[in-house]
Design a protein around this ligand. Structure first.
Ligand code: KG4
Ligand code: ZN
Length: 349
């Protein structure tokens, strides 16, 4: 089966062609094209929804064309269209779902709406489907969510914990903004933290707090950590000279909490595998730490390939393979309530 997937929930216009054989557990990503809007939003320090939606209007069709062309196929070779239906920015989502709906209608192809977080959930399956053993616990972390999910199988999963305020990617982005480092903050903070580690300088500042690390649930909270950074920068007139160390300690606090809670979940639910995905899973320190701690427990770890960590359409295609829930079907006819199909509710609860 050839799937054409479209992702436009935030600031990436993405399209992908994926071949999938469910019986053989085979997934082949033929193309994974991402047209990023980072430069457009960088000067505002975050995503501007109206600009994002307008840019999708310009970028989506050429991106889809490119994905089809480089996969050496045309729309006639496509068996299913999968499109992100939420959560995300409503006007950005609409550009994707309307494009999918129109392509589906005019070419007589079924179309399936996919929950964006379920997309991230299935990113580690792209190259590991046959190897992943259940039950598995997955930490999925991005700019919009930070969740720990228990997967009993590819169709049975439930959320064990979530952030109570900011997502971990948001903590990176807002932390970077406070230090005037630019957007998106995760990669910049990570680079500066690495520079501090490489310099082999001794730690001169005290550690940041580890919010909710020892709480008896699997939830997270990152807004206090962000406030702690804000007050420490205000108090320290020389913070700019120590910026690499601040980035290092801030990243250590985020990674420590994320990894500790994931291991806690793996032990509590006696899982066989631990999975990691989402934009923040591009973080090298997080990838290294989770690998180390999971292997210490003699469990298997499966981390999303770097190209499938931040928003992409290949993960949406893969999620659609497992996602047969009828409520995810997008109708081809528009009604005055069509927009209600765009769920901002997650299907994971
Ligand atoms: O999954 P994603 O592309 O979009 C959402 O669904 O939100 O994730 C974007 C988030 C941003 O907050 C960005 O700062 C973070 O992922 N991110 C990182 C790294 N690369 C991207 N965070 C930490 N370290 C990175 N290397
Ligand atoms: Zn995402």
């Amino acid at each position: 089966m050839n799937i054409l997937a479209i992702e436009s929930s935030c600031d990436e216009s993405a399209a992908s062609v994926v071949f999938a054989d469910k019986k053989k557990k085979e997934i082949k990503v033929k193309t994974n094209i991402i047209s990023s809007q980072i430069k457009l939003h960088a000067k505002y320090g975050g995503v501007v929804p109206e600009l994002a939606a307008r840019e999708h209007v310009y970028k989506l069709l050429p991106t889809i064309d490119k994905a089809l062309k480089e996969a050496d196929c045309t729309i006639k070779d496509i068996d299913l269209i999968a499109v992100t239906k939420g959560p995300g920015l409503i006007t950005s989502l609409l550009t994707g779902t309307e494009t999918a709906r129109t392509l589906a209608y005019s070419n007589n192809i079924p179309v399936l709406g996919v929950n964006h977080i379920e997309g991230h959930l299935f990113a580690p399956f792209i190259n590991n489907w046959k190897k992943i053993k259940f039950p598995a616990v997955i930490l999925t972390v991005s700019g919009g969510h930070s969740d720990i999910i228990l997967m009993q199988s590819t169709t049975k999963y439930k959320k064990l914990g979530s952030t109570r305020d900011d997502a971990s990617g948001e903590a990176f982005d807002k932390g970077a903004k406070m230090m005037s480092l630019g957007y998106p903050g995760g990669p910049i903070i990570s680079k500066k933290a690495e520079e501090f580690e490489k310099s082999k300088k001794k730690q001169s500042l005290k550690d940041f707090p580890r919010p909710m690390k020892y709480s008896d649930n699997l939830d997270f909270s990152f807004s206090g950590l962000k406030t702690s950074l804000l007050y420490r920068l205000k108090k320290d007139k020389n913070w700019k000279k120590k910026i690499n160390e601040y980035c290092y300690l801030y990243q250590e606090a985020i990674v420590d909490v994320l990894v500790s809670k994931t291991i806690k979940a793996a032990i509590k639910y006696n899982t066989k595998s631990v999975l990691l995905s989402g934009g923040v899973s591009a973080n090298i320190k997080l990838r290294e730490e989770i690998t180390k701690k999971v292997e210490d427990k003699h469990l298997q770890v499966f981390i999303s390939d770097l190209q499938y960590t931040t928003d992409n359409a290949a993960m949406i295609a893969v999620a659609s393979i497992f996602n047969e829930k009828t409520k995810n079907k997008i109708s081809l006819s528009r009604t005055k309530d069509s927009w209600k199909e765009l769920s901002v509710q997650e299907n994971l609860d």
